[in-house]
Each structure stands twice: as structure tokens, then as C-alpha cells.
Design a protein around this ligand. Structure first.
Ligand SMILES: [Zn+2]
Length: 458
């Protein structure tokens, strides 16, 4: 019976277009040819942008880059504001972050969709990284390698050319637009989060231009993320003449890290990773200081909260008498759910991709979080991974599939055009309208101090 139904579907597929594989209309054909005519321009813009260093902590580099982004949006009729939010960050004290760009373009006087488009222009490659330049992949001329080409300067090129194609056809007036471009995404958007959430509450649909996988796989859902910075202070002493008087910070931190990593539970979807562990100064000195950065991933918000409590207890526990643990931490990305509204957006995206002649592989669940996770957690239907096809992000092999620049801009522009023609179904959001289980609780840096036991402090 099931087999017969499958054959019938197959027969239908052979005589009729695939379900949902609608044709492009004349306006959409025009969008497509406008974007495709600018392919080379898109590639050279990406080359220029990838060559500009925008590490999260490189403020002059970020300012220079923002100075190019802002006018590109102003030209399309956006009003652009720039902010410099403050952030207290471990090891750096109070830092002025930014520029955080918020660009607005009003739509029809009555109704209309309120689109929120989000992207980041920082990368994980600071000026001291050896990975600074763009080059065509010597093994595959259809690809280019460079810092941020996929994550996500390529996505910014896609975003910009999708908007340009709509602007050229006079189509931007059909919706209200807000574009948020932040430059602290790679540390978890700790400084820009409040602004992203504020804009999320008044939007009807959200779009994030992080990259898709190389084959075009879109992201349907994401795991939640947390980060911890754990420091231990001990007591220095000569490792030979006064070993028993020393209090080893390295030993205490090692014990804490072993307990923390033991919280990993693959079956439950919880993983912890100590990515950085440092301490001590010399072989023959009992180390008085040690620190670690720990990454947390979880599938359910409740798991994230529980692990945070457990890590706080471990930080506080007296693993070596006379040492003090101090913890800073944040659950900075909630899990992003595959809701029916997200499904619908993914299906529309796939339908357009097929209509334009590109493959539309099945969406996937991934472990990395984005600003789309913040938007989704507030109940905004958000389509993630609209950027280029690419991969190997955060490594010196990061690549982009060059043809995906025009391809993805065409798909996004047509998607936004179609959605702008739909009546907006979402009212301004109040936190109460978000289902209890999905409600995202502010979780900025938390600090735990354990009482120093044993010897006196100098
Ligand atoms: Zn990114």
C-alpha cells in the first residue's frame, strides 16, 4: 500500500513539477538577471573585504570596515545608526565594543512585513593571525580561501546584493526593513545581544546571513551554547625548599576541569570542552595562578541552566586547601528550534532554490549557535544560513564556493520579495507570548567567588 503510494507520487513527479517547485514570475526573472550580471563585482568585493582585518578585538579594523558598510546601506535609502556598547570581559576589563550598525528603511504607511536582517562582520582572525588574505583555491578555481569568506563576509555580500536587486526594481518599499550588523558575534554577541533582542520584538520575520554548508544545506535547528572562564588563585612557593607551603593553582584547576568534563553526556546532548588551560610560571615554582576557558553545548535550555549550576559548585569547591576559584560564565546562545514557522520558511527557500535551478538538500541540525538563536528564542520565525555556501570556518582553510555569491543573493532576494507580498501575521512580541519552555532568560556573565580557606592572604 505504502509502496503503491510512493509509485503514484513518483508518477506525479514525472508529469508535474515537484510539489512547490513554482516558476519564477517576470519580476523575479528580472531580479535574477540583475544579480547574475554582477557576479564579478560580488567576487571582487568579497576579495577586498576578506583582505581587511576585522578580528573581534581589532577596533580600528572594525571601524574602517563599518565605514564601508554604512554608506552601502545609506545608498539604498536606509538610515544608519552606529552604537558602541560597553562590555566587561574576562582578561580585558571594561571594553567599548562596536561599531554596532542598525540600519532602517521604513515601508508602507499601513501594515507590511517588518523584516529583521542580521549579520556580523567580525571574524575570529585577529591582526596577529597568519591567515589574512584572500586567494583562489589552487586546487579548485571555483572556490576561494580567506578569513571570513564564509563566516561571514560572503554572507554580507549576499545580503547587500539581494537588497540592491530589490532596490533596483523598486521593491524595497513593500516592507519595513531593519538590518543589524554586529561585530562581537564571535565572542557570543555579549555586547550586541540586548539590541538584537530589542529589534526582534518588533519584527515579523528574521533572516540571518551566516553560511550554509558547501552543498547548500540550510540549518533548521541549532544547539545551545555556554561559555565559562574559570580562574584559580593559589600560593607560590619554592618547589624544593618549601613545597608543603605552596598551594598549587594548577592542581586545583586540573581537579575542577576533570569534574567539569565529566558532566559531558552524549546521550543527553550535553558536551563540555576545556579549550584553553594555562597556569604557572616556572618548573620549580608551585603555581599561584591558573585559568581555563570552557565551552558548553546543550540541546535543552534546562540542561544549560543545570550545567551552569554544577559548574558554579565545582568552581566553589575547595579542591586544594588554600586556593580560590572564580568563575565567569554566560549561557549566550539558547537552542534554536525547528518550529513549524521555521519549516515553512525553509520550504519556501527550497522551493525558490529549485525554481532557480539549484539543489535544495534537506536542512540539518548543527552544534554551532548564531544570533538567529537569540531571535528564535524570542519567538521570531527566523531563517538562518542564508549566506554563501562554504566551510572550514574558524580555520585557515575557510572557503567559499564563488558561484554561491550570486546564487544565494538571487534566492534571498526572491524569498524576501515573496514574503513581502504576504500579509504580516505577527504582532509585536511580548515575552509572555513565548512558550514557557522556550523562554530565554538573560544570562550575562555570572561570577562565583569561593571563600578562601586555610592560610592567610597577603
Ligand atoms: Zn558567523
Amino acid at each position: 500500500m505504502r509502496r503503491r503510494a510512493a509509485y503514484m507520487l513518483l508518477a506525479l513527479a514525472l508529469v508535474a513539477p515537484l510539489p512547490g517547485a513554482a516558476e519564477l514570475d517576470p519580476e523575479e526573472h528580472e531580479i535574477r538577471s540583475r544579480v547574475e550580471a554582477r557576479r564579478d563585482e560580488m567576487v571582487s568585493l568579497l576579495e577586498r573585504w576578506a583582505g581587511m582585518n576585522t578580528g573581534t578585538w581589532n577596533r580600528p579594523g572594525l571601524e574602517a570596515f563599518a565605514a564601508l558598510l554604512a554608506p552601502a546601506l545609506t545608498e539604498l535609502g536606509f538610515e544608519v545608526e552606529s552604537e558602541s556598547p560597553e562590555l566587561a570581559y574576562p582578561g580585558r576589563g571594561r571594553v567599548t565594543m562596536g561599531p554596532l550598525l542598525v540600519a532602517r528603511r521604513p515601508g508602507p504607511p499601513e501594515g507590511g512585513q517588518r523584516f529583521l536582517l542580521v549579520g556580523h562582520y567580525d571574524t575570529v582572525f585577529e591582526p596577529d593571525s597568519p591567515f589574512q588574505t584572500y586567494r583562489v583555491d589552487p586546487d579548485d578555481p571555483g572556490r576561494a580561501i580567506g578569513p571570513g569568506v564564509a563566516d561571514m563576509k560572503g554572507g554580507l555580500v549576499v545580503l547587500l546584493y539581494a537588497l540592491r536587486a530589490l532596490a533596483d526594481g523598486g521593491l524595497l518599499d513593500r516592507a519595513h526593513w531593519t538590518v543589524v550588523l554586529n561585530c562581537d558575534e564571535e565572542i557570543g554577541s555579549l555586547a550586541s545581544r540586548a539590541r538584537i533582542e530589542e529589534e526582534t520584538r518588533t519584527a515579523t520575520l528574521g533572516f540571518v546571513f551566516e553560511s550554509a554548508r558547501a552543498g547548500g544545506e540550510m540549518v533548521s535547528s541549532r544547539r545551545g551554547l555556554g561559555q565559562f572562564y574559570l580562574t584559580v588563585k593559589g600560593w607560590a612557593a619554592h618547589a624544593g625548599s618549601s613545597h608543603s607551603k605552596g598551594r598549587s593553582a594548577v592542581l586545583a584547576l586540573a581537579r575542577k576541569v576533570i569534574e567539569i568534563e565529566a558532566l559531558t553526556d552524549y546521550g543527553a546532548g550535553v558536551t563540555l570542552n576545556t579549550g584553553i588551560f594555562e597556569g604557572g610560571t616556572r618548573r620549580n615554582i608551585i603555581p599561584e595562578y591558573a585559568e581555563a576557558w570552557i565551552d558548553l553545548r546543550y540541546d535543552e535550555l534546562a540542561q544549560g541552566r543545570e550545567i551552569r549550576e554544577r559548574v558554579e559548585q565545582i568552581a566553589r569547591h575547595d579542591h586544594v586547601e588554600g586556593t580560590t576559584g572564580e568563575l565567569w560564565g554566560a549561557l549566550h546562545r539558547p537552542p534554536k528550534r525547528d518550529t513549524p514557522a521555521v519549516r515553512e520558511l525553509l520550504e519556501l527557500h527550497a522551493e525558490i532554490a529549485r525554481a532557480v535551478g539549484f539543489e535544495a538538500p534537506d536542512p540539518i541540525h548543527v552544534g554551532g549557535g548564531t544570533d538567529g538563536s537569540l531571535m528564535g528564542a524570542l519567538g521570531l520565525p527566523t531563517l538562518d544560513s542564508l549566506g554563501v555556501r562554504g566551510g572550514a570556518a574558524h580555520t585557515d582553510r575557510e572557503f567559499v564556493v564563488l558561484d554561491s555569491l550570486p546564487e544565494r543573493a538571487v534566492i534571498s532576494a526572491i524569498l524576501l520579495r515573496r514574503l513581502a507580498l504576504r500579509p504580516s501575521g505577527r504582532e509585536v512580541l511580548s515575552p509572555a507570548s513565548v512558550p514557557e519552555g522556550d523562554r530565554w532568560v538573560p544570562a550575562g556573565g555570572t561570577l562565583v567567588n569561593s571563600a578562601r580557606s586555610g592560610r592567610k592572604q597577603r
